[in-house]
Structure formats: C-alpha cells, structure tokens
Write a protein that binds this ligand. Sequence first.
Ligand SMILES: [Zn+2]
Length: 444
Amino acid sequence: MKGLAVALLLAMPAFAQERRDPRVEALVRRIDAARLEATVKRLTEFGTRHTLSGTQAPGRGIVPAREWLAAEFSAIAKGSRLKPFEDRFTAQPDGKRIPSAVEIVNVGVILPGSDSARSKQAIVMTAHYDSMPSDVMDPKADAPGAIDDASGTAMALELANALKDESPALTVYLVAVAGEEQGLIGSQHLARRLKSEGVEVVAMASVDIAGNSEGQDGVRDATVARLFSEGTPETESEAQKKLRLAVGNENDSAAREWARYVQRTGELYVPSLRLRVILRRDRIARGSDHMSFAREGFPALRLSEARENYRGQHQTPRTENGVRFGDELWRFDAAYAARMCRALGAAIASLSFAPPPPQEVTLAGAVSPDAKLRWKLSPDARIAEVILYRRPADGVVWERAQSLGKVTEVTLPSVTTDDWFFAVATADAAGNQSIPQAPSVVGR
Ligand SMILES: [Zn+2]
C-alpha cells in the first residue's frame, strides 16, 4: 500500500484529484449579483451607519440599519435550518473612538453543524455594517459605506441565503458586526464570546472592502482579489516558536493554510477569479475584523478587492476640483463582488462538508535522502482519502496535490525535506477537503 503511493507520486499531474461537489456548485449558483447590489443600495440609504449614530431621523443611522439587517436575516432564516443570531453589548468609553457608552449589536445567523463529534467547531464569516465619513468621530455626516463595508455585509446575507437549507458537518456563523471603524470593537466582543462559550473557530474570514474594481490609478480589474492572513501567529506559543525556528514554517500557520484553502477552493469553483495569497496580516498598518479572531488564537483571513480607491474610503461624499470623493453606490461592481462571494462561499461550504483533518502530522526524514510523513485519522467514515500537498521551499502556494488513498503514512524517496514543504488533508467521496495540516511534530 505504502509502496504504491510512493510509486505513483511523481507520475500524477498536479491537482489531479480535485473534483467539484454538485452541492457546492449549486449553492455557488444561488449567489446573485443583482441581489448583492440591491442590498448595498439599501444599506447606503441609511445615510450613515456610524457606530455612534443611533437613530438620527426615521430611517437614518445605525439603529434602523441594524433593525433592517436583523429583519433580513430573520426572513432568510424562516423555514430553513438557519437560526437568527445576535451578540448585543454595551461598549464603555475607551478614551479613543468610543467617547460615551454605546450599545453595539452584531447580527446574523448560525447554520448548525450535524457532526456531533465536532459540535463545538465552527467556521465564521463576518463583514462590518458600520461606516464612517472623513472624521471617524463624526456620527452625523453622510457615510454611505457602499464598499466599506456594505459590500461584505451584502455577502453575509447572500451566503445565508445560499446555505440556508444545507446540513454541514461544521457549524457556520454569518455575522454582520458593528464598531469596526471605532477599533474592531464588535468583532472583538464576538471572538471573545465564542471563545468563552468553548467554540473552536477552525476558520474565520472577514470580508471588508470587496466590490470596487477600479483602482485610484484608473486601472480596472474585476478578476483578482486578495487574501490577507498572518504568518507567525500573534498568539504564538513557546512550542510553536520552537517548531517555527526548527522548520521555518512561518508561511504555514493555520491562518495561511486557510488562506491557501480559500484560494484553491475558490478558484476551483469560480475559475473567472484569481485569488492572491498575500503574505501579510492585512494592508500595511491597517486592519479589519479578522485580527480580533487572530488575537484569540483562531485562524483568520481577510478577503478584499485587488485595486483600492482611497478617494472612496473613509471620505465624506463631495466633489473637489472635479474629483468625486465618498464611498457611494456607483463604485460598487456587483459582478465582481459576486465572484468574490461565490469563491468564499465555495470554500466555506466545502470546508463545512469536509471530514475532520489528519491529526498529529509528523515529518521525518531530516538528514536522510527520503521524506517521511505520518499522521492519525479520526474514525469518521466519511474520510475517503488523504491528499498530500507539497510545494518547493521557495514557493507560496501548493504546487502539487496527490491522493494517497486512505493511509496514515507516506515515504517520498529522494525528496529532501529541506527543499519542500508538506501538508496533508482528508477528503470525502465528493471531493470536499479539510484544511491541509502542516507537520506539528518533527520526528524520526
Ligand atoms: Zn472596513
């Protein structure tokens, strides 16, 4: 058995085993560009969704906006497997961007997982529905926030609609959070709450600024998006540090594996979109809600557009010398946003359907001409095969994926461990894969 896996290894083409699950294809098809645009338009009509804006007039401010969102999530959830979700708290003055106590409400849905052995594991997607004008402390000025971040918020609703009747193994949270512009306050509360409830978030995605396709330089690109994730975890333990220094796995953190997973799965189901795995936690010196989850030790990434226009971000709408500023609806490219939503939806769905990943992956073969890997498999009967991923040690994304069959070890003759990175994933019969697991143990 082992010998067979070895013999086939170099003969098979890269990614030969990747199959599309018709279930995932169907839910990807349910994601609708026109509905995304209608949601973004509706959200801009609240005038401002500044976290401190309350209700400024009927239909204006963050309170009517969140009431509308809650009603939309509830309407989608009705008669489906979804359960409405609310995370409500009072943020206290912090001497920074919260001048006085304010109620913050994260609102969304939960799709309960069916795997009782993993009942506390979850996948979380967030977007922030709050917005800001030029002055982050001004709750009164217009702040339509079409791209930042009605675009992501619309995707949360759209994914709820696409997933509502599915029965995934893992629980999925789709949540519109507030307080992002005031310091990631809503997502921080949500991440800490889930942690305190014993929920193990195995993968988290913040979709933030994901719908503008024309950069400030005038270059238009609606076919590429970016995935930001941390390399070395912010919460790195001493043991993790020791392993990192021994094997140089700073590009193989759980967050980075999740980013590569979204890239690979997203492109498999949405060939018209290319996803770039950016080797940064976020854009330089900027942030989003995935960082709140990373700080709690959860693998998290940010999905964002490829070409930003800073005249649209954090700008009160106005025209200066013929140049339009402001985050208004006309900037939103619904077809582009739909591609990103479909790609992320495919990754979330496929992971939620997939069996549990290999455990205790051990890499051996240092100071030897052969690489050897072994791992443990859960007794879950849905595990149909194990996929070995590898990339050269100067590569960013996996270059080769190989089905090994249902085995718990492999030997790669004449493969020098120093020159390659490896990971192993499980897959079900439909091709849904776990996140590849990099070796956590270096042994003999
Ligand atoms: Zn944002």
